[in-house]
Design a protein around this ligand. Structure first.
Ligand code: CO8
Length: 373
């Protein structure tokens, strides 16, 4: 079995920022418009008035201060509340492939790998722009990679689940170099009209190169010591949007079927699950959490990450042990832990141990233990 390394990462960051103040102003304007429109029904007690959102609540409950989006005006327009994406002809690259190509190009440079040397492309994300042809096939062509490509989805854990598939493919000789991309256009599948979740997500794309250690040429390499995945079915985070919807006769004014969650339950269930998972994974490799120099955790909620780390190492811990990027990026689904890894690893030295860990819908947890070479 071959040794496997992560040899480079890349990041596409959208051009537009939405601050919490902008987001709340837009939501509150939307709520006022709705309350005005339905004033009679509200007065008759047939309908509940929408309540304003608040910056203070968002920052206290989640730690999120802003998010990046690909298109801003449509999201903030209180008469629209979703991004405005122009339809593209089939001959034009699709939006998901376009942002994946950008992140992939940066990861290839970081890994000192030519696109033609890639022999597998995994597009791993919480939502795919279309069912087929697979996004990965289009990205493979756009990047100029060889081999094969396929799409995979385990919601927020898609990136770590893809890393395990890539590590196994390289280890067993099915592939020499794998490109993983995580294009997360969360703005298109977030219900911006729902006060409970309108602040949660942001757009981004990450890319990772996984390859055989003996032929890797990058200056910086992270040996993959082990990967561990787990799932446990739960209805607490769901996206019911899909191809069956057109066959269901439902109220046309009903809420979007996209992202929905029982945030409190998720928080309560997933913190112990993620902490126990990491601890067990490290133990199978002969390590204790205290030996880990850095944890690059899924970025959904500041309090959640603080609690996971507290359970692992005890006491209060700062950003150095488990960096937080969600204050700037919000929850970027599968890309969150990879953004943390991308931005916060340069200061580690040879021999340092790290854990990339994602958790989310499914429920799902994926961990990757790495050592800097
Ligand atoms: N402004 C002001 N008040 C608000 C707002 C708001 N925007 N929203 C809710 N409130 C109110 C509520 O009405 C409630 O009021 P009351 O007490 O009077 O009933 C009060 O604030 C408290 O509400 P909550 O209990 O909902 O608030 P929490 O403290 O639980 O915080 C969070 C909500 C931030 C959502 C928190 O529960 C959380 O982050 N939980 C973890 C969630 C998580 O990790 N989810 C994982 C999602 S990622 C994933 O796997 C999905 C991938 C798919 C990606 C799809 C992309 C679109």
């Amino acid at each position: 079995m071959k040794d496997v390394v992560i040899s480079g990462t890349g990041l596409y960051r959208p051009p537009h920022v939405i601050t919490n103040a902008e987001l709340v102003a837009s939501y509150n304007a939307y709520a006022d418009l709705q309350n005005e429109k339905h004033a009679a029904a509200i007065a008759a007690g047939e309908r509940q008035a929408l309540v304003h959102s608040s910056v203070e609540f968002i920052e206290k409950a989640s730690g999120i201060k802003q998010r990046y989006v690909i298109e801003k005006d449509g999201v903030l327009d209180p008469t629209r509340m979703k991004p405005r994406f122009a339809p593209r002809p089939d001959e034009q690259i699709s939006l998901m492939a376009e942002i994946a190509r950008d992140a992939a190009a940066k990861a290839l440079v970081a890994a000192n790998v030519e696109a033609g040397e890639i022999d597998a492309v995994y597009c791993a994300a919480a939502n795919m722009q279309r069912a087929y042809p697979a996004m990965a096939c289009e990205i493979q062509a756009a990047v100029g990679a060889g081999g094969f490509g396929f799409d995979m989805n385990v919601a927020c854990s898609s990136a770590t689940f893809a890393i395990e598939q890539a590590v196994n493919a390289v280890r067993t000789g099915c592939a020499q170099r794998v490109l993983i991309v995580n294009p997360e256009i969360t703005s298109a599948h977030l219900e911006w009209r729902d006060r409970d979740c309108h602040f949660i997500f942001g757009d981004v794309c990450t890319a990772i190169i996984v390859e055989a250690a003996d032929t890797a040429r990058s200056a910086e390499r992270w040996q993959v010591l082990g990967t561990k995945l787990a799932t446990q079915y739960s209805n607490n985070i769901r996206n019911n949007a899909g191809f069956m919807n057109r066959c269901e006769d439902t109220d046309p004014d009903a809420r979007d079927k996209t992202f929905m969650q029982e945030g409190r339950k998720v928080f309560k269930d997933v913190v112990p699950m993620a902490a126990a998972h990491i601890e067990k994974h490290l133990a199978t490799l002969g390590f204790k959490p205290q030996q880990v120099r850095r944890f690059w955790l899924h970025q959904a909620n500041l309090g959640m990450n603080q609690l996971v780390i507290k359970r692992l190492v005890g006491g209060e811990v700062g950003d150095d042990l488990a960096p937080i990027i969600l204050s700037e990026y919000a929850n970027t689904a599968s890309a969150g832990s990879i953004i943390a890894f991308h931005h916060h690893r340069a200061d580690l030295v040879s021999g340092d141990l790290g854990v990339i860990c994602s958790f989310g819908a499914g429920y799902s947890v994926g961990s990757v233990v790495v050592r800097k070479q």
